[in-house]
Design a protein around this ligand. Sequence first.
Ligand code: UTP
Length: 300
Amino acid sequence: MKKVRKAVFPVAGLGTRFLPATKAVPKEMLTVVDRPVIQYVVDEAREAGIEHFIFVTGRNKAVIEDHFDIQFELNHTLAQRGKDDQLARLQRLQPLAGQTSFTRQQEPLGLGHAVWCARDIVGDEPFALLLPDMITLPDQGCMKSMVELYERTGTNVIAVEECDPEEAHKYGIVGKGANIHTGFEITGMVEKPKKGTAPSNLFINGRYILQPEIFKILENQERGAGNEIQLTDGMLKLARKQKFYGFHYRGRTFDCGSPEGFVEANVAFALSRPDMRAKVADLIEGLVADFGPVRRRSAS
Ligand code: UTP
């Protein structure tokens, strides 16, 4: 069985839900607490044993490449000023030379098309796919557990999480079959099912391990919903030939591609940090009192 060594990060979307913030700044570079969103997903992949990080970028995304480069002046200044902790942290997060690749999706034709753009860099081996605007809390562990499940099943793995059944129409939903190892057989996949028709309340949270045969399918994939080349359509075709397993992620995934999800992520990640939990909890309590729906302070 081939090891999962490479991860693809599609970062070529326009981020229209987050305009005007994303007019010049990629949404993947917006900051959750003190790290850009893209850093969380790269760290999650690295923890899972990924050795090569492939970014499918578009126009206005060059800053992502800069973020994963060495900033010599900054490192030099930090060293001169004795800021060893900050320097060590930057160095820990730095990919090694040759561990990153960047390719362009010239037009945002859809997630399926973005993944297809990585075909030559991935080659003939299974790969991890992480949607960079979806970040998980605990902020590591989801992809690591998926790789463990892949190593026992040798096929495609998709992470899912429970949602309120009333909200299932907003997501990609899978059907659940028999439990196998730490996962279960996926019996079907449907993108944004009509209300009341979802096969379960398990939504795809933006983490996949896919076999390279997906590329041939995506190459000929017609446009689907939203006039875009959809990954789910490609996976449905692949599922006719290969098994798909689900990994039920028990943490929480935050959609940082929408302003509400992004604010929620900032609050949750700050509250999960032992060094800031107490202070942030106090701040939130005070802010809710001052600006929240129950204006206790002004009412008294
Ligand atoms: P989204 O649909 O969430 O991203 O795609 P978007 O299109 O940037 O967002 P909105 O709806 O306009 O606000 C999921 C992921 O796939 C990437 C996005 O960058 C995001 O990480 N993507 C999407 C591409 O790389 N290329 C595409 O053509 C579409």
